[in-house]
Design a protein around this ligand. Structure first.
Ligand code: NAD
Ligand code: WQD
Length: 337
């Protein structure tokens, strides 16, 4: 089967390429490289000893999509901008790239009769939890333009399925992806100051940053710091392979991809210290705007529908992040892979 990965050169996409190639799929990556480099794909080829077809293209370019989609059986749609804070400052860029870009992709798919898609959604669509763990039935209420683009795309996909029930659509709501491939040669490569906790911690451990700012220690959580459901990116990548397999029949399903367990910021700091043998200096800062206290998944639907459950715990998440960080202190700009 031929799989078309928009945004496939990025963090989650590159790890998914590995799992798809290992499972025997042919992989085409379509990416404008706005937040990635082709080096990630070269390294995927090294890990798997298999070839990737790469097309440099934008999801807003319908003509290029139409020509590129020839012969494809299904799409995994990762392409998108993902920084919550930036989305508040540049909402039009986010709506244009993520929402308008997805509409263009779906139109091209419709024209080419490629009607199978796995979409990267996010637990951010649940907003401030009304109850925990978060089930897929939890009301959807977003608090920032990034989250709004994810929710809008979900609604567009549901409407598309209502209008034409020959589509097969898996909407995966990721919780907090972290970690890296065991080889230590692919991983998360944030540009500039990392927004997310794990890459920030690992840059402190490797000496690129002095200390971690812990955003709030007065939440209603066991140690006062925010609690999240961290999911190893390789587990997440494997969920995509499973999600493709259920697209043999028409459907439109949203599925949580998390472990079902929550860990606090300070628990993650301690776990990273154990994995790296380094002390992580931190200071307590005020809460970050828009943050919630606690967020974790009910992961039952993924088990039932996909036959998938997360296998890797926070020790492995930290060890694998550390291996990637120490081998590639400057991400893909490092040359020692
Ligand atoms: P990433 O930035 O590493 O990967 C996204 C890729 O999309 C990049 O390679 C980028 O160059 C490409 N891209 C962006 N706009 C494009 C466009 N217009 N045309 C073609 N390519 C384009 O991000 P990631 O962490 O791998 O995330 C992948 C997807 O998962 C995103 O849609 C993101 O919103 C979603 N997601 C990520 C997280 C997370 O914490 N990493 C959590 C939930 C959901
Ligand atoms: C985790 C915890 C922070 C950084 C975001 C997006 C979400 C999804 C995943 C895309 C929180 C604390 C963080 C730091 C800290 N992305 N923290 N110091 O906010 O749960 O989710 O990424 O879809 O949409 O909102 O993840 O890693 O930023 O934060 O104390 O320097 O770490 O306050 O409690 P978050 P995160």
């Amino acid at each position: 089967m031929d799989i078309f990965l928009t945004g496939g050169a990025g963090y989650i996409g590159s790890h998914t390429c590995v799992e798809l190639l290992n499972a025997g799929y042919n992989v085409t990556v379509y990416d404008n490289l706005s937040n990635s480099s082709q080096e990630s794909l070269k390294r995927v080829e090294k890990i798997t000893s298999k070839k990737i077809r790469f097309i440099r293209g934008d999801i807003k370019d319908e003509q290029k999509l139409i020509s590129s989609l020839s012969g494809m059986d299904a799409v995994i749609h990762f392409a998108g901008l993902k920084a919550v804070g930036e989305s508040v400052l540049k909402p039009l860029e986010y709506y244009d790239n993520n929402t308008a870009g997805t509409i263009t992709l779906l139109k091209a798919m419709q024209k080419k009769e490629v009607k199978k898609i796995v979409f990267s959604s996010s637990a951010t669509v649940y907003g401030e939890p009304l109850f925990l763990p978060l089930t897929e039935e939890h009301p959807l209420r977003v608090t920032n333009p990034y989250g709004q683009t994810k929710l809008m795309i979900e609604e567009i996909l549901r409407d598309l399925y209502k209008s034409d029930d020959s589509w097969a659509i898996s909407i995966l709501r990721y919780f907090n992806p972290v970690g890296a491939h065991k080889s230590g040669i692919i991983g998360e490569d944030p540009q500039g100051v990392p927004n997310n906790l794990m890459p920030f911690i690992s840059q402190v451990a490797v000496g690129k940053r002095d200390e971690l700012n812990v955003f709030g220690d007065d939440y209603d959580t066991p140690d006062g710091t925010g609690v999240r459901d961290y999911i190893h990116v390789v587990d997440l990548a494997k969920a995509h392979v499973k999600a493709l397999q259920i697209l043999d029949k028409p459907k439109c399903e949203a599925i949580n991809i998390g472990t079902g367990n929550g860990y606090s910021v300070l628990e993650m700091v301690k776990a990273f210290e154990r994995a790296s043998g380094k002390k992580i200096a931190y200071k307590i800062m005020p809460r970050r705007d828009g943050d919630i206290a606690t967020c974790y998944a009910k992961a039952q639907k993924a088990k039932e529908m996909l036959g998938w459950t997360a296998q890797k715990g926070i020790e492995e998440m930290c060890e694998d992040t550390w291996r990637w960080q120490i081998n590639n202190p400057d991400g893909y700009k490092s040359t020692n892979a």
